[in-house]
Design a binder for this molecule. Structure first.
Ligand SMILES: Cc1cc2nc3c(=O)[nH]c(=O)nc-3n(C[C@H](O)[C@H](O)[C@H](O)COP(=O)(O)OP(=O)(O)OC[C@H]3O[C@@H](n4cnc5c(N)ncnc54)[C@H](O)[C@@H]3O)c2cc1C
Length: 417
C-alpha cells in the first residue's frame, strides 16, 4: 500500500523531513502544504537581501525541478485551518481537504503583531516571508526615515537593512542593550558599536507608545517617553508566536508549542512536529522548550522524517543554537549563554572586536556566546550536547592555541539525532 506523508509548512523542518522520507520511502506519496507562496527558501537570508548584501537569487534552497525529481508535491499559498486526527485529514482555507497516513506539523511561527494604536497603518512592516521582503524593499526605495522596534536579532537586522538602503534609522530597544536574553554586556556592545558606526541611532530603554498616521499612512512614531520620531516605515520585530491556532479543538497536546518526545512524536499517533513549533526536552535547561532557530529546525525535521518513514531515530540534546553574521561580524549563542543564578563558572576572553565566553557548570560546558571569532563553535555545541567533563582543560579552553575540537568525543558517542 502506498502511504501518504503530509507535511504542513515549507520551512527547513518541513523540507528536511520531506527529503529524509523520500530517501527512506521511495514509493511514498509526499505533499508539503504551505501558506508560503514560494518553494522552500533560506528565511535567514531575507534580512541580507533587504540590506543588499545578497541577491534574491540566493534565497531558494533548491531549484524548482528538485521537487519534481524528488516527487515532493508542493501545495503552496494554502492555509491549513484544522486537523482531524480521527479521520486523518487536514482542512484548508479554500474548503478542500487532504488525507494522510503520517502527518508532520512544521508550521513555525508568525511575527508577533504590535498592539499599539496605529499598528495597522500602511507602512508598519514585519519580516518573515519572501513576499513581505519584496514589500519592504519597495517601501524602502520610496522612504527617507524609518523606525525599528525590537532589541533582538531581527531588530538589529532590520535596523541594519533600513540603514543600508539609505534611510535615517532610529532603533528602539526596550532594554538597556541588544538581545540581553542571550548576550552579556561586552558581547552586546561589540554589535551595538557596529550598528552605530553605520549611522543607526540607538535608543535604549525606549519603546513605541503609538504610531501616528495621515490618510492611513505612517508619518511618525511616538515613544513611551513622549518623543515624536518622523518615519514613513516602521519595522516591527518584537518576537514570534507559534503557528498553532489551527490545532484548537484537536487532541494534539500543546503548551507553548506542540509537545513532542525525542522521536518528534506528538501526543497523537502518526502526528509529528518539528522546528519552531515543537516543544522538546532541553537537556541544558532540564525542561521542555521551543527552540526557534534554523539549525534545530533542520535537525528535528530530519529525525521526524526518518521516524515517519518507519525508522526509530532519537533526537537528543536539542539546545538553543543561534548563528548569525552582521556587518561582517559573526556571532553565536547557544545553551545557557547568559545564565542567572548560582553555580556557574564563567570564562571570558575579550579582545578588540572579539568576545568569547563559555559557561560551565560542574565541569561541563552548558552555554556559550562567541562574537567576532566563532572558531570551534560546532565543537562547543557538541560539548554542550554530550556533556563531557572538560574540567581538566578548564584553564586552556579559551587559549588561542588550544583545539577545543580535540575534546569532542568520537561521532558514535555524540548523542545528536
Ligand atoms: C527574518 C528572519 C531571520 C532569521 N535569521 C536566522 C538566523 O540567522 N539564524 C537562525 O538560526 N535562525 C534565524 N531565523 C529563525 C529561523 O528562520 C527559524 O527558526 C526557522 O525558519 C524555523 O523553521 P521551521 O521549519 O520550524 O518554520 P518556518 O521556517 O517558520 O516555516 C513554517 C512554514 O509553515 C507555514 N505555515 C504556518 N502556518 C500555516 C498554516 N496554518 N497552514 C499552512 N502553512 C502554514 C509558513 O508559511 C511557513 O512556510 C530567522 C527568522 C527570520 C524570520
Amino acid at each position: 500500500m502506498t502511504l501518504r506523508y503530509l507535511i504542513i509548512g515549507s520551512g527547513p523542518a518541513g523540507l528536511r523531513a520531506a527529503e529524509e522520507i523520500r530517501g527512506l520511502a521511495p514509493d511514498g506519496e509526499i505533499f508539503m502544504v504551505s501558506e508560503d507562496s514560494r518553494p522552500p527558501y533560506y528565511r535567514y537570508y531575507l534580512p541580507d537581501v533587504v540590506a543588499n548584501t545578497k541577491g534574491e537569487d540566493k534565497l531558494p534552497i533548491h531549484p524548482p525541478e528538485f521537487y519534481l525529481e524528488q516527487r515532493i508535491g508542493l501545495v503552496l499559498g494554502k492555509r491549513v485551518t484544522s486537523v482531524d486526527t480521527q479521520a486523518k485529514s487536514i482542512a484548508l482555507a479554500d474548503g478542500s481537504s487532504l488525507a494522510y497516513d503520517s502527518l508532520l506539523i512544521a508550521t513555525g511561527s508568525f511575527s508577533r503583531p504590535g498592539v499599539w494604536p496605529g499598528a495597522d497603518l500602511d507602512g508598519v512592516v514585519y519580516l518573515r516571508h519572501w513576499d513581505e521582503m519584496v514589500d519592504i524593499l519597495d517601501r524602502l526605495a520610496r522612504s527617507k526615515r524609518g523606525v525599528v522596534a525590537g532589541g533582538g536579532l531581527l531588530g538589529i537586522e532590520l535596523a541594519w537593512g533600513f540603514r543600508a538602503r539609505g534611510l535615517a534609522v532610529d532603533w528602539l530597544i526596550r532594554d538597556s542593550r541588544f538581545w540581553p536574553q542571550m548576550m552579556d554586556a561586552p558581547a552586546s556592545r561589540i554589535l551595538e558599536e557596529k550598528v552605530e558606526a553605520a549611522g543607526v541611532s540607538i535608543r535604549k530603554d525606549e519603546e513605541i507608545k503609538d504610531i501616528l498616521g495621515v490618510g492611513g499612512k505612517v508619518v511618525a512614531v511616538r515613544t513611551a517617553r513622549g518623543e515624536e520620531i518622523p518615519a514613513e516605515v516602521v519595522g516591527v520585530a518584537i518576537g514570534a508566536v507559534p503557528s498553532l491556532q489551527f490545532l484548537a479543538g484537536s487532541d494534539v497536546k500543546i503548551d507553548r508549542g506542540i509537545l513532542v518526545d525525542e522521536y518528534l512524536r506528538s501526543s497523537v499517533p502518526d502526528v509529528y512536529a518539528a522546528g519552531d513549533i515543537a516543544q522538546i526536552y532541553d537537556p541544558v535547561h532540564g525542561d521542555y522548550r521551543v527552540h526557534t532557530n534554523w539549525d534545530n529546525a533542520e535537525r528535528q525535521g530530519k529525525v521526524a522524517g526518518a521516524n515517519m518513514a518507519g525508522q526509530s531515530r532519537k533526537l537528543e540534546g536539542g539546545i538553543d543554537h543561534n548563528l548569525m553574521k552582521l556587518y561582517e561580524v559573526p556571532f553565536v549563542s547557544m545553551g545557557l549563554a547568559n545564565p542567572t543564578g548560582e553555580g556557574f563558572d564563567i570564562l571570558t576572553k575579550e579582545e578588540p572586536g572579539t568576545y568569547r565566553k563559555l559557561v560551565l557548570k560542574d565541569g561541563r560546558i552548558v552555554g556559550a556566546a562567541l562574537v567576532g571569532d566563532i572558531k570551534g563553535q560546532r565543537a562547543v555545541h557538541d560539548l554542550i550536547v554530550s556533556q563531557i567533563d572538560v574540567s581538566a582543560n578548564r584553564d586552556h579552553l579559551l587559549d588561542p592555541g588550544f583545539s577545543i575540537a580535540s575534546l569532542v568525543p568520537k561521532p558514535a558517542a555524540i548523542k545528536v539525532g
